[in-house]
Design a protein around this ligand. Sequence first.
Ligand SMILES: Cc1cc2nc3c(=O)[nH]c(=O)nc-3n(C[C@H](O)[C@H](O)[C@H](O)COP(=O)(O)OP(=O)(O)OC[C@H]3O[C@@H](n4cnc5c(N)ncnc54)[C@H](O)[C@@H]3O)c2cc1C
Length: 441
Amino acid sequence: MGTSTSKHVVIIGAGYCGLAAAYELTKRGIKTTVIERDADIGGLAGTFEVNGARLEKFYHHWFTNDAHVMGLINELGKHDQILLRQTRTGMYYANNFFKLSTPLDLLRFTPLSFVDRIRLGLLALKARRVKDWRTLENVTAADWLRSMGGERVYQVVWEPLLRGKFGEVAEEVSAVWFWNKLKLRGGSRGKGGAEQLAYYRGGFAALANAVAEAIKAQGGEIRTNSLVTGLHMESGQVKGVIVDGAILPADAVIATPPLPVVADLIEQHAPVDYLDKIRRIRYIANICIVLELNQSLSETYWLNVNDPGFPFVGVIEHTNFEPKSTYGGRHIIYTSKYLPESDALYQMPDNEVVDFTIEHLQRMFPEFKRDWLIDAHVWRAMYSQPIVEKHYSALIPAYQTPLNGLYLASMAQIYPEDRGTNYAIREGRAIANIVQTALSQ
Ligand SMILES: Cc1cc2nc3c(=O)[nH]c(=O)nc-3n(C[C@H](O)[C@H](O)[C@H](O)COP(=O)(O)OP(=O)(O)OC[C@H]3O[C@@H](n4cnc5c(N)ncnc54)[C@H](O)[C@@H]3O)c2cc1C
C-alpha cells in the first residue's frame, strides 16, 4: 500500500478504465472520487437485470490471455470467480450454418474450395508470424487479408466481418487492428484447438462491484447519477470539475469518456488545435438487441453472420456460454450491428427494432416462433468503437493534455490492441501511475 497524501483526484467515468484508475490510486493512499453520469457503474460493460440476475447490455467475455483483467481479479483475491469455458463458434453463410470452432472444422468449410480452405488456415499462421505491428501501419486490413488469403477467402470470410464491424468505412480499417484480432483469438484456445473464453461468476457486474468495494474500502468514493459538465480552472490550472452545477475541487482530473465527449467538456479552456486533434478520431455506434426466449435457437455461442442478406454482424447465444439457470431458465440471445448513428436502424423506435430483428432471425431459424419471446431489450452506444485507420498511432493523443492537471485515459488511446475491458484496466492503472508521479513532484 502507498502512503497517504492530502491530494484529491477526480475521475470522470466509472467504466472499467475509471474503476481501475480509482482502485490503483486509492491503493496508493490518494483520495479519489469517481463521477459517473449513469445510475450504474460499468460503462460500456454495464449491465441490466434479467430475472433477478445481471446481464451485460452488450455481449461480453474475455480471452484466456487477457492478462490485465486476470491480474486484477487475482489481486482482489477473486480468482475462484473466473469461469473458463470452451465455446462453440460458427458461421452463417449462404443460408447454411457451419461449425468453426477448431482447425479441423476449417477443413470442412465447403463454401471455399479445398485450396482456399488451406489458404485460410495458413493465413492465421502467417498473421501470427508478424511480430512488429509497425510493419502493418501503412496497410489496410482489406489489402493485407487479400494479399495473404486471396480474393475469394476475403469475400467469403473477412469482408463480411469487416463490414459488420465498421460498415461503410470497412475498407479504411488498418491491418494492425485485424492482426490483433487474429492474434488474440488464436491465443485463446484450449486442447484440440477449440476456443476457450472466460467469464465471471455473476457476470461483469459482479467484477465491477468487487472493484468498487475495494475502492471504497481503500477510502475512495463513487458517485453515480452525477454528470460532469465542465472543468473548474484557477490561474490556468485545472482545479476541479463542475458536477451537477457545483464545483468539486481536485488536484488532478482524469477523463475516461469517449474523445468527442471530452472535447465538449473542455471546449472553453483547451487550445483549438488540441480539440481538433481529439475530434479527428472517428467512432462507430452500435445497436444491440437482447432477446429473452423460452427456447434455444442453436447450440452455438458465437455465430458470425457472413451472409450479406442479413443485417446483423452476429448472433450470440449467451446461454450457450453461461448456463440458462443463471437467468431462471431463460435463453439469452444477442444480436448486434455496428453502424453510423444516423442509420435508420439506430434511429428506429425500440419496438420496431425488435420486430425487425425477429423477422430476420426467423429467416435464419425458421422454427423460431414469436411466442418464444419473453422479453426484449434494445441498447445503443453512440461511441462504441474508434475507427482504427492507417497510421492510427499518429492520431492518438497523449495521457497528458495541454491543460495542466487534466489527464486523458480513453478507449481510443488503446493501440495497437483493440479496445476491451482488459486494456481499459491496463490504461486505468497506467494513468494512475502517471498522476501519482505528477502529484508527488
Ligand atoms: C458491442 C460491444 C461488445 C463488446 N464486447 C466486449 C467483450 O466481449 N469483452 C471486453 O472486454 N470488452 C468488450 N467491449 C468493449 C468494452 O466494453 C470497452 O472497451 C470498455 O468497457 C471501455 O471501458 P472505458 O472505461 O474505457 O470506457 P466506458 O465504458 O465508455 O466508460 C466511460 C464512462 O464515462 C461515463 N461518462 C461519460 N461522460 C460523462 C460525464 N460527462 N460525466 C460523468 N460520467 C460520464 C460513461 O457513462 C461511462 O460509464 C465491447 C463493447 C461493445 C460496444
